[in-house]
Design a protein around this ligand. Structure first.
Ligand SMILES: Nc1ncnc2c1ncn2[C@@H]1O[C@H](COP(=O)(O)OP(=O)(O)O)[C@@H](O)[C@H]1O
Ligand SMILES: [Mg+2]
Length: 254
């Protein structure tokens, strides 16, 4: 049984058919890259899976349950968590405070006027565990707004992790990052998948990263699904090469 399944999914915005006839099947524990030129429909795909808006055609199921018209909050409770292309953190708070707010929210504590010492210790332990997973412990006291873009995106992943994702959607997690930040983020994605067992879909433009870590790759082009397969299958696919990969490969080769 597929963990995540899209059957003939489409999405129209007025006259624009942003996605058409998309059928995707993702196994539990898979690390799946979604690639395609700008405007291909990658973010729209993530919006549909995370319930940000419903598909206009087709159906989506997750862990054997239909989720086609389920709200984003209900999907978060079921374990579908996304990060956005735009970083979503409290810039004026420290890393520790950002993670603490996230953990408290995930534990349903944010509206409680009073938290017991035992619960406080539980929150602190969870924050430290998250910081360790995302390798940010030495920077816990830094104000997030004063950190590098790469560190901010890592904190954002930490916040997503506080919700116990079963399926994590990362939209261009390395966009705008330097080499070292990209390496840190890529390593984090790989570890979340291999060590935490989280099924991950990520949008990425750097083909070296995609081919380096993805189990399988879905190629979108102009709202349609051009191809799906392993790195070897995708790089050998003539349709992919002519539509997209040729140029991207030349860029990574430079
Ligand atoms: N909320 C929206 N309303 C109208 N058009 C949209 C909306 N979201 C995306 N689109 C359009 O759908 C197409 C695919 O966009 P998008 O999914 O953002 O592509 P990608 O993430 O692959 O660059 C684009 O033509 C875009 O303008
Ligand atoms: Mg996008």
């Amino acid at each position: 049984m597929s963990f995540l399944k899209l059957d003939n999914v489409g999405r129209r915005f007025g006259a624009l058919q942003a996605l058409k006839d998309i059928s995707i099947s993702v196994e539990q524990g898979e690390l799946r890259a979604v690639i395609g030129p700008n405007g291909a429909g990658k973010t729209t795909l993530f919006n549909l899976i995370s319930g940000f808006f419903p598909p206009t055609e087709g159906s989506i199921s997750f862990a054997g349950q239909p989720i086609t018209a389920v709200s984003p909050n209900a999907l978060v409770r079921r374990g579908i968590i996304r990060t956005f292309q735009i970083t979503q953190v409290f810039l004026s708070l420290t890393v520790y405070e950002n993670l603490r707010v996230a953990v408290e929210t995930a534990m349903g504590l944010q509206l409680r006027p009073w938290i017991s010492r035992a619960t406080r210790a539980q929150v602190e332990a969870k924050v430290e565990e998250l910081a360790d997973i995302i390798r940010i412990t030495p920077k816990l006291d830094r104000i997030v707004g004063e950190m590098s873009h790469g560190d901010q995106r890592v904190v954002e992943v930490g916040i997503a992790l506080s919700r116990h994702p079963k399926l994590l959607l990362l939209d261009e997690p390395t966009a705008g990052m330097g080499d070292q930040e990209t390496h840190h983020m890529t390593d984090l994605i790989r570890r979340l998948n291999k060590e935490q067992g989280i099924t991950i879909l990520f949008v990425e433009h750097d083909m070296a990263i995609v081919f380096g870590i993805a189990d399988k790759i879905t190629v979108l082009d102009n709202g349609t699904m051009l191809a799906e397969g392993t790195a070897a299958e995708i790089s050998a696919n003539p349709r992919v090469q002519s539509a997209y990969l040729g140029n991207a490969l030349e860029e990574t080769a430079v």
